[in-house]
Design a protein around this ligand. Structure first.
Ligand code: AMP
Length: 406
């Protein structure tokens, strides 16, 4: 029996999301989520996607990642798709920070685990959880290849002048301070999918990708190679996000420390959790913000305008970085669903060759689609992201060695 299935695991600090895919046709066999690990109210939601299977929920204490994965494995086994199945080729893990070393998906061994561990100081929230997920999966089936797919990998091609902050080089180098970029799996998938939508190969087109989810980032991709991205040392830099500020003058931090007496941890929490859309208007869900705007809410209007203004600035900057742009692609929760954000972002950029057709923009759908008027100099597209499929493809192409990654 050929092993053609890949289990994709996305381990967060208190959650594990998973999907089981069959790489012969990229189909989903099962999907699920373990939430609130370590809390009394933890639960597992499992959805088999083959046959008649309906969603199953387990409400039970799940104290740690090992217990979470054991519960996931037992649900999969119930559907005849357990971790010991000979059809399972590998487990693909999302790992947030791969530093400069990991430019490709990598089969995990002890030295790789140690390197991911060494990167914890630059990804204190994410890498420890990712590591726990890998170690647990390894322990459950030591013969199964574990592959790490890094959020930073797609951005390791950034030229030095884009990756460097203009600070003292010795200080930066000894503490690994530079622009790494995140959401790379999504930027890679969407930039390639956009090329396909245009009927071109990735190396033939220049694309600006706007990944607008609760976290948000932009990238400039020249001929399939990422040359600039908005997130930096951490996912805090760049666009206005659901709860993160994105770009600010770094002196705001000194000012709040000196004048407001806030500690570094308090400012960290302020900028990561109480800023962005939530900081500006109290809501981070774009649907709710639009609803409030319809009712004449001024704070929601301002939050929307600040969000779009920042996006527009990045689009303009990335047009300048790329010189020639073939497409701007909107993706993730806001990018895929919010026609007003797309319209406002492209509005007024006709001089740069960008325009959005209101009728095309209003159409909802799951498929990649163009929303710019026919004959536009720059194509504007909505391209739903699929990080799990991209992780599965990269994982499978590594363990099957057949270069099927697209
Ligand atoms: P993500 O992180 O990609 O799952 O995106 C989550 C965000 O997408 C939510 O916080 C919402 O702001 C936004 N979102 C989801 N669905 C919609 C929708 N139908 N219209 C506008 N925004 C949406």
């Amino acid at each position: 029996m050929t092993a053609t299935r890949v289990l994709v695991l996305n381990s967060g600090s208190s959650s594990v999301k998973y999907q089981l895919l069959d790489m012969t046709d990229d189909s989903r066999l099962a999907t699920g989520l373990v939430e609130r690990i370590g809390e009394g109210t933890s639960r597992l939601l499992h959805t088999p996607l083959t046959g008649e299977g309906a969603e199953r929920a387990r409400h039970e204490p799940i104290p740690d990642h090992a217990a979470a994965l054991k519960a996931v494995a037992s649900e999969l086994a119930t559907d005849g798709m357990g971790l010991d199945s000979p059809r399972l080729a590998a487990v693909g893990h999302r790992v947030v920070h791969g530093g400069r070393r990991f430019t490709e998906p990598t089969v995990v061994d002890e030295p790789v685990l140690r390197e991911i561990e060494r990167l914890i100081p630059v990804a204190p929230l994410h890498n420890p959880a990712n590591l726990r997920g890998i170690r647990t999966a390894q322990a459950m089936n030591p013969r199964l290849p574990q592959v790490a797919v890094f959020d930073t990998a797609f951005h390791t091609t950034l030229p030095e002048h884009a990756a460097r902050y203009a600070i003292d080089v010795a200080t930066a180098d000894s503490h690994r301070v530079r622009r790494y970029g995140f959401h790379g799996t999504s930027h890679a998938y969407v930039s390639r999918r956009t090329a396909r939508l245009l009927g071109k190969r990735p190396d033939e087109v220049n694309v600006i990708v706007l990944h607008l989810g609760n976290g948000a980032s932009a990238s400039a991709v020249r001929g399939g190679v990422c040359v600039e991205t908005s997130m930096g040392l951490t996912p805090l830099e760049g666009l206005v996000m659901g709860t993160r500020s994105g770009d600010i003058d770094p002196a705001v931090i000194f000012h709040l420390s000196r004048v407001a007496g806030m500690s570094v941890d308090e400012i960290d929490t302020l900028l990561n959790k109480r800023s962005g859309l939530v900081g500006l208007c109290g809501d981070n869900d774009m649907r709710e913000i639009r609803r409030r705007i319809e009712q004449g809410d001024g704070a929601a209007r301002l939050a929307f305008d600040v969000y779009v203004h920042r996006l527009k600035k990045y689009v303009g900057a990335y047009v300048a970085v790329l010189g020639r742009v073939d497409a701007v692609a909107f993706t993730a929760g806001v990018g895929e669903n919010s026609a007003p954000v797309r319209e406002a972002t492209a509005g007024g950029l006709e001089g740069l060759g960008l325009a959005v057709d209101p009728e095309l923009n209003a159409i909802r759908g799951e498929e990649p689609r163009l929303i710019s008027p026919a004959g536009s100099r720059v194509a504007v597209a909505v391209v739903p992201t699929d990080e799990e499929l991209e992780i599965a493809r990269q994982t499978y192409s590594l363990v099957a060695g057949d270069g099927t990654s697209t």
